[in-house]
Design a binder for this molecule. Structure first.
Ligand code: GUN
Ligand code: FE
Length: 425
């Protein structure tokens, strides 16, 4: 058992921050939270205490949608909408990942930055290349952080360098699964079935991916109803489907296994109902949706309907690896939406957006994302001394950290109870 003392802040529920001033958190040797206490119970008094003084201890962040091979394009190429953006900037960059040396160089930087930003778990799109994808998995394994790793399926309307056949994809998924069964550190790093999106995949590809997902009980991630041009294209390609989501659903890629659908900016009507019925998780990517002028996802409607929503950076549609910036954008675009819907969609409170980035996203990885008993201890120690120069309350310190904080404030990072020092990758 290890006991840490600090100002403990988390969101067991979205409505408010739970704050324990100078509290204690006991963590078992297996890396799970035993409990949070205002005064230390007698039974725990024999353990030594790691005292972090007046600093904040918060759950680490979980990025549920991010493209590792787009790391080099961060902050670039944000002058087009989705479909031309993919063809002009994104596919050419991803094509470079046929070169394993290049892939290793960029992926090491990418994983290092996740560590820097305090994102201890992520659900990642790699590229369509098996060797580079396995290389990414190996870098995660070295880092000690958790990840779902997706070799990206695409066999339609893409450059030759990104084209992968259905057989190669099925083989790649099977091989990565077996490799990570052996080496994945008890599920810390796992494969995820990743059709890029409907326009990139033939029916045969989707059908086979659905079969692999059911056979091995693998989770699924993709993109859904991000951009109006994309939705129009899907209608042309799949005229028999009643909505975009129905295409995935037909092939068992829509909630039959745990499923993440990024964006959902324009999801309504039948697609909304299907999403809800199937328990599909929406990944809200507000930075990306602003940058690519895709729209604003109806997050409040999803939440009111009981649909699970998590948060993603969607780098490099999103221009920043920090989940703090994703939280901030989520709040800000929700306020734009609030004014544009005549106050029908209430805007997100800071605690709600923080919940999306921690506990809501963490649920995809098991018991992750808050400090309730039994949860894996994924945490960040925050030194906000330079922001906290007057008599701010803990609530105010948390709000200021969300808007003004960055990676420099993170002093320690824990994943599954283990402190992760800066990875030398
Ligand atoms: N839809 C299909 N591929 C992508 C991608 O790489 N980024 C985003 N934002 N949307 C996509
Ligand atoms: Fe994306």
């Amino acid at each position: 058992m290890t006991i840490y003392r600090a100002n403990l802040i988390d969101t067991p529920t979205p409505e408010s921050f739970r704050m324990v001033e100078h509290g204690y958190i006991a963590v078992t040797d297996e890396g799970r939270v035993e409990g949070v206490y205002t005064t230390l119970p007698d039974g725990l008094s024999r353990y030594s205490i790691v005292d972090y003084g007046d600093r904040l201890l918060i759950p680490a962040f979980n990025d549920l949608h991010v493209h590792a091979p787009q790391y080099r394009n961060l902050g670039l190429a944000l002058d087009l909408e989705l479909l031309p953006w993919l063809q002009t900037y994104t596919f050419p960059e991803e094509s470079k990942f046929t070169d394993l040396a290049y892939a290793g160089r960029i992926y090491r930087r990418f994983v290092h930055e996740l560590w820097m930003q305090g994102t201890m778990r992520s659900s990642v799109f790699a590229t369509s290349h098996f060797a580079a994808t396995k290389c990414l998995a190996d870098i995660f394994l070295l880092s000690g952080m958790g990840a779902k790793i997706g070799q990206v399926a695409m066999n339609r309307d893409c450059p030759e360098a990104l084209h992968v056949s259905t057989e190669q994809m099925v083989q790649g998924l099977t091989d990565l699964k077996h490799y990570l069964d052996e080496n994945g550190r008890d599920g810390l790093v796992e494969p995820i079935v990743t059709p890029r999106f409907v326009p990139s995949c033939t029916r045969d590809m989707l059908e086979q991916l659905g079969k692999v997902a059911q056979t091995y009980h693998l989770p699924v991630q993709s993109h859904l109803s991000e951009n109006l041009g994309e939705i129009e294209l899907v209608k042309q390609l799949e005229p028999a489907s009643s909505c975009y989501g129905e295409v995935y659903n037909r092939y068992g890629l829509f909630g039959q296994q745990p499923t993440l659908m990024a964006h959902c900016c324009h999801t309504d009507g039948e697609e909304f109902e299907l999403l809800k019925r199937n328990g599909v998780i929406v990944v809200h990517c507000p930075m990306s949706n602003s940058n690519l002028a895709s729209g604003v996802a109806p997050v409040r409607r999803f939440l009111n309907a009981g649909i699970q929503v998590a948060l993603g950076t969607d780098v490099s549609g999103g221009h920043n690896m920090s989940m703090l910036r994703a939280i901030q954008y989520a709040i800000q675009v929700s306020k734009v939406q609030y004014t544009r819907t005549n106050h029908e969609m209430a805007f997100l409170a800071a605690s709600e957006a923080f919940y999306l980035a921690t506990k809501a996203g963490g649920a995809f990885f098991g018991k992750v994302g808050c400090f309730e008993p039994g949860y894996e201890f994924d945490a960040l120690l925050i030194d906000d001394g330079y922001l906290n120069y007057d008599n701010y309350t803990l609530q105010q310190r948390m709000e200021r950290y969300i808007y003004l904080g960055d990676d420099r404030d993170i002093r320690r990072r824990f994943c599954r109870g283990k402190e992760l020092c800066e990875p030398v990758l």
